[in-house]
Ligand binder design. Structure first.
Ligand code: SF4
Ligand code: SF4
Length: 353
């Protein structure tokens, strides 16, 4: 088994700065003078040197991985030529990425931007050039319900290398040719260790799996096999939508923070004496999202927009792509100021049928 010590990982990240902008998750207990509710959150920060607040293991950072592949606001055309505007000089190396972002997160974004009927040149380039250094989760927070959505709390696919935190360092697994080349290039930093380290990793995976299962049991989250019973169609005229949307303040946080949500709008602005076109993340929870010419709006009421959000995730995507567009990351539960909880809504929908 391949192994890298803590010191050698710091050396590897230092070396990566040559070719990449490296981002690592850091744990914060406050934002400026405001303490963070429930103790701590994890955020990506550009790596400069290895500091004590870097957390490669633990759980997913608050920001979704999609932010490294489609920027929240980016110029997609200039002067209306067919030339693709130049963007980042260096690709990103994103460290500590968790399975809830990697598996269904990428499945949905790839379906929309790469593998279906349209290829987005910015997304495709980022998918080719960015480096993913994934990591096992070493704990669960109480909003994690990935296993109910069919995911495991450790990376299964879509990474270049994966780090499993163990005593004094990390077990290293290769997930792509790019990852293989990276390890060959830095072979002096990698050691071989015995199978007992794999047992240490497996015990940790089992412990975190049980923590997630305990969350699912405590919050009575239906598992993905129960979502399969056409829960949206059968609840189409249910009171659930109106009742659950009553406290919504239409901020859009639930969709912006979601690793699978991908809607955007385009607008044009002046760039000197030319025009440029920008793409900006959008949210189907916002009133004017679905407005059409003439001012009509097929989803004019909040409850219609909440129903649409669930319909996309649990009905539309299974029909067109054969997977659910929810990873069980729990970010929308933490982000919603109105305390609208996807786990509770799903339970009500399943209980109703
Ligand atoms: S809907 Fe909520 S729990 Fe599901 S992937 Fe999006 S943010 Fe995560
Ligand atoms: S985060 Fe909550 S309040 Fe904001 S739009 Fe989503 S459901 Fe509504």
């Amino acid at each position: 088994m391949k192994f890298i010590t803590n010191e050698n990982l710091a050396e590897l990240l230092d070396a990566l700065k040559e070719d990449y902008r490296v981002f690592v998750p850091v744990k914060k207990t406050d934002i400026g003078s405001y303490p963070i509710k429930k103790g701590a959150q994890r955020y990506y920060r550009e790596y400069e040197e290895f500091t004590d607040d870097i957390v490669i293991g633990e759980v997913r950072p608050f920001e979704p991985l999609k932010a490294f592949f489609t920027a929240a606001r980016e110029v997609v055309a200039k002067g209306f030529t067919s030339e693709v505007p130049h963007q980042e000089d260096k690709p990103f190396a994103i460290v500590g990425v968790k399975n809830c972002d990697l598996r269904q997160g990428f499945a949905v974004q790839d379906h929309v931007y790469k593998d279906h009927d349209y290829e987005d040149p910015f997304y495709v380039k980022n998918r080719e050039n960015n480096l993913i250094i994934a990591s096992d989760c070493t704990c669960a927070i109480d909003t994690c319900f990935c296993r109910a959505a069919g995911n495991q709390p450790y990376p299964e696919e879509n990474y270049d290398i994966n780090l499993s935190p163990v005593r004094d360092g990390y077990l290293v697994e290769v997930g792509s040719a790019k990852g293989e080349n990276l390890l060959e290039k830095h072979a002096s930093l990698i050691e071989q260790v015995g199978e007992e380290r794999a047992r240490e990793r497996d015990q940790q995976r089992q412990r975190v799996t049980e923590e997630v299962d305990s969350n699912i049991e405590q919050y009575e989250v239906p598992t993905y096999s129960k979502f399969k019973s056409d829960i949206i169609e059968r609840n189409w005229d249910s009171d659930v939508w109106y009742e659950e949307s009553k406290t919504c303040v239409e901020c859009g946080a639930c969709t912006i923070i979601c690793p699978t949500c991908h809607c955007f709008f385009l607008y044009d602005q002046k760039d000197g004496d030319k025009m440029e076109r920008l793409r900006v993340w959008d949210s189907c929870m916002l009133k004017h999202y679905a407005r059409v010419a003439g001012g009509e709006n097929p989803r004019g009421e909040l409850w219609m927009r909440l129903r649409n959000r669930f319909e996309k995730k649990f009905d539309f995507f299974p029909k067109v792509a054969d997977f659910y567009a929810c990873t069980g990351c729990g970010r929308c539960v933490s982000a919603c100021p109105a305390k609208i909880d996807i786990r509770k809504v799903l339970k009500r929908l399943v209980d109703n049928v």
